[in-house]
Design a protein around this ligand. Structure first.
Ligand code: SAH
Ligand code: SF4
Length: 395
């Protein structure tokens, strides 16, 4: 077989019919450049494709005008597609938050949607922001993305847990949610202040390699800063240990879902605590080298009567202080969901809890619920279509 035929054969190596190839979206510049070389093109064509997908948010090969017409045709004929995930459903909250169901081209007839949330002036993980009355006039925003469809971790207070784990998302699908949302709001990375939180559906550290590959795409191809990204984990120790090894130029901030003042209550509300109790999680967190002024975030969901008592606040303060880690606590009043029997604590207990922490010298912020009316708030992501009842068509 001649070298040329061999190269073309490579394009069909998957044995798929033309038009059903893996999307180009999700490949980094190096892979795209290698692909170009394989089909006899100069490698810098790969950078042009990267630029088109990750900076210009182009969705069709035919629209990548930096490529010659013949190359566009060659790629299309060989069955390649850009394959940027697309927003298939959007729900708008009264507070400006938008929740999206995002579809992935090429993932088959069963629409495997994931969810992403757009919070203008957003407070998706970085507490302290204020709400803005005009959601189109945003100066900063937070995008919350999913790392899996569903979740296997089974936290008792979380609606996503009810789905179980449907599947891992690929790197392209995780980064693609971000690009789809950036495109929708015409965000220009570098000009606009956009924070990213990996706090949607799923446990990022149980899909570690794809999650980190997505971060690298977003940093190296789309130009986003890891300092504007926060990943939240329920405390998957092997994941935290791997995360500690990542280079600082691609390492987002780390948030730990603490959610309880001690192992007894935590194991009740987060069964994963039986596998990795609090001290084990904290030990792993200690191995993460922090940047100057960087802090670990402890997220703490307040469940009425279960984790919101003043004595719990004092215990949390002691626990956090004993870690010796530069840290802060983000308090989240429980967001309700159908079929879950916890209660949302009254705002007075939330305020008291916060005051106790602050009084004990622990920086504590209250995360404002965003988009509760459209099931977009923390722990409410479940691909809900009917926002009146919260029940949902699924899959
Ligand atoms: N799986 C990861 C990230 C997604 S959940 C994790 O658990 O950390 C993001 C945050 O939402 C977590 O801190 C989680 O504890 C919180 N959360 C889950 N369900 C919630 C609910 N119903 N109300 C408020 N916060 C919730
Ligand atoms: Fe999964 Fe996070 Fe929900 Fe727990 S809180 S079930 S880890 S998504």
């Amino acid at each position: 077989m001649s070298r040329k035929t061999n190269q073309l054969a490579l394009l069909d190596a998957s044995g798929q019919v033309p038009g059903c190839k893996e999307p180009l979206f999700g490949l980094n510049s190096e892979r795209l450049s290698a692909l170009m070389e394989e089909i006899g093109e100069p490698s810098w064509r790969g950078n042009q494709i990267s630029e088109a997908m990750y900076n210009q948010y182009i969705k069709e090969i035919s629209e990548i005008t930096t490529l010659s017409k013949s190359l566009r045709k060659k790629l299309t004929t060989a069955g390649w597609q850009v394959g940027t995930p697309a927003i298939s459903n959007a729900f708008k909250s009264q507070d400006g938050t938008e929740r999206y169901l995002i579809e992935f081209p090429g993932s088959g007839p069963r629409a495997e949607t994931a969810e992403a949330v757009w919070m203008p002036e957003g407070d998706g993980g970085e507490a302290g922001d204020t709400a803005n009355d005009d959601p189109t006039d945003w100066r900063r925003a937070t995008i919350c993305v999913s790392s899996q469809v569903g979740c296997a971790v089974n936290c008792q207070f979380c609606l996503t847990a009810k789905l179980g784990l449907q599947r891992n998302l690929t790197a392209g699908e995780i980064a693609g949610q971000v690009v789809a949302v950036l495109d929708r709001h015409q965000v220009r990375v570098g000009r606009d202040r956009v924070n990213l939180v990996f706090m949607g559906m799923g446990e990022p550290f149980l899909n570690y390699d794809n999650f980190m590959a997505a971060v690298r795409l977003l940093v190296r191809e789309a130009g986003m800063s890891p300092r504007r990204m926060t990943v939240s984990t329920s405390g998957i120790v092997p994941g935290i240990e791997k995360f500690a090894q990542e280079a600082p130029d691609v390492r987002p901030h780390l948030a730990i879902s603490l959610n309880a003042p001690n192992d007894r209550i935590r194991a009740e509300v987060m069964p994963i605590n039986r596998k990795w109790p609090i001290a084990t999680v904290i030990d792993a967190v200690r191995s993460v080298p922090l940047r100057p002024r960087e802090r670990i975030t402890f997220e703490y969901v307040l469940l009425g009567g279960v984790t919101d008592r003043p004595e719990h606040a004092r215990e949390v303060a002691r626990l956090v202080r004993r870690t010796g880690l530069p840290s802060k606590v983000n308090l989240i009043a429980w967001n309700p969901g159908p079929g879950i029997t916890y209660t949302t604590p009254p705002s007075e207990s939330v305020a008291e809890f916060q005051n106790i922490l602050v009084g004990e010298g622990i920086p504590a912020f209250l995360r404002q619920p965003r988009g509760r009316d459209i099931f977009a708030a923390c722990g409410q992501l479940k691909r809900t279509i009917d926002t009146d009842t919260g029940s949902g068509r699924f899959g």
